[in-house]
Write a protein that binds this ligand. Structure first.
Ligand SMILES: [Zn+2]
Length: 305
C-alpha cells in the first residue's frame, strides 16, 4: 500500500472509498495479521464485509473498527482521515467550527470527532524524561469566549488564578514534553508528577516556587529566581517549558477560545502530541495516529453527561 503522501489532497485522493480506508486501518491496527478483538484468536476468516473469528468458542464477526474509538461511528472513514490530518498538521489545532466547514459536517459532529481524535493522541505510556528537565506550572482557561482579543486579554489579566485550571508540565531539553491537569498545585501533586516522569540522575530546573524545593535531595536541582528578575543561572533556564505554555495558551485562546476544565486534559494531550512529534512530517503523523486507533471507545454520553 502506498503510504508516502505529501499532503491532504493526496490522502483524500487515495482514500477515495471506504474499502481503501479500511485497508489502511487493518494494516495499522494488525500489521497484516488480523486478530479477533473479541477473544484474541489469531486465526480469522475474511468475509465480504470484514472478518469472522475462526475459534469455535467465538465465531464472532468483526471489522477493523470493532472495539476501537471509531466503532459505531456513522461517518465515512474518509472524513475521519481528513479530521485527523487537519487536527494534527495545523500547528495550533483546528476548531470544531472550522473543521465542520472544511469537511462538510455539523459543528457538533466535528466537536465529537475532535474529542475522539484527541483521545487517540493521548500517550498512555510516556517514556521517562532524562538529562536536563524543566518543570513549571501554569494556569489555563476561564470562560472568556465571544470576546475580542483585547477584551479577553483584559479579562485574563483580571482573572484570579483560582478561576483557572492548573497544569503542571515537564520538558526534556531538546526532547519531549509531558503535562498533567491537576486540581491544585501542591507538594503532593507536583511530587507525584515529577517522581513518576523524571529519571533519577536528571537535572531538574525550576523557578523558585516552594513546591519544587522538595526535590533538592532527589535530583540535581537548579533554581532560576524569576521573582528577582533572573532568567538564566549557570546556563540553566526554564525557557523551553515557558515556550510550550505560550503555544498551549495561544492555541486554546486563539483557536478554541476557551475550554472547560473538564476537557482541558484532552487539549493538553493534543498539544503534547504535536510537540512531541514535531520532527516528523504531517503525513507521517497522520499514519502514526491511525496506528493508535485501538484506543477505547469514547461515547457522546461519556463526554457530555
Ligand atoms: Zn474470537
Amino acid at each position: 500500500m502506498k503510504t508516502q503522501f505529501k499532503n491532504l489532497l493526496q490522502i483524500l485522493d487515495y482514500f477515495k472509498d471506504e474499502a481503501t480506508c479500511r485497508e489502511l486501518l487493518e494494516l495499522q491496527r494488525w500489521n497484516g495479521k488480523p486478530t479477533c478483538p473479541h477473544c484474541g484468536h489469531e486465526k480469522v476468516y475474511r468475509t465480504n464485509r470484514g472478518f469472522k473469528c475462526a475459534s469455535p468458542k467465538c465465531y464472532k464477526k468483526f471489522s477493523a473498527t470493532t472495539g476501537t474509538i471509531l466503532e459505531s461511528s456513522k461517518l465515512p472513514l474518509r472524513i475521519w482521515f481528513g479530521a485527523i490530518y487537519l487536527n494534527t498538521a495545523h500547528k495550533k489545532g483546528i476548531s470544531s467550527h472550522q473543521l465542520g466547514r472544511d469537511l462538510g459536517i455539523s459543528q457538533r459532529t466535528a466537536w465529537f470527532v475532535l474529542q475522539r481524535v484527541r483521545a487517540m493522541l493521548k500517550n498512555n505510556n510516556p517514556a521517562l524524561l532524562a538529562g536536563t528537565v524543566e518543570a513549571d506550572e501554569t494556569y489555563v482557561g476561564g470562560k472568556i469566549s465571544n470576546k475580542t482579543y483585547r477584551q479577553r486579554k483584559a479579562i485574563a489579566n483580571k482573572f484570579s488564578r483560582d478561576l483557572k485550571t492548573p497544569v503542571v508540565g515537564l520538558v526534556e531539553r531538546g526532547g519531549k514534553v509531558h503535562n498533567v491537569v491537576v486540581d491544585t498545585v501542591n507538594n503532593k501533586t507536583v511530587q507525584n508528577m515529577v517522581a513518576s516522569t523524571v529519571k533519577e540522575d536528571s537535572v531538574l530546573v525550576t523557578d523558585s516556587a516552594g513546591v519544587y524545593t522538595q526535590f533538592a535531595n532527589q535530583y540535581q536541582h537548579e533554581v532560576v529566581n524569576h521573582a528577582q528578575g533572573e532568567y538564566f543561572r549557570n546556563g540553566f533556564h526554564t525557557n523551553t517549558i515557558e515556550g510550550y505554555w505560550s503555544l498551549l495558551k495561544r492555541g486554546i485562546i486563539g483557536i478554541y477560545h476557551s475550554t472547560s476544565k473538564r476537557h482541558l486534559h484532552r487539549y493538553c494531550d493534543e498539544f503534547t502530541y504535536r510537540y512531541n512529534t514535531r520532527h516528523i512530517s504531517d503525513t507521517e503523523r497522520f499514519i502514526n495516529v491511525l496506528s493508535r486507533v485501538d484506543t477505547a471507545r469514547l461515547t457522546w454520553n461519556q463526554l457530555t453527561k
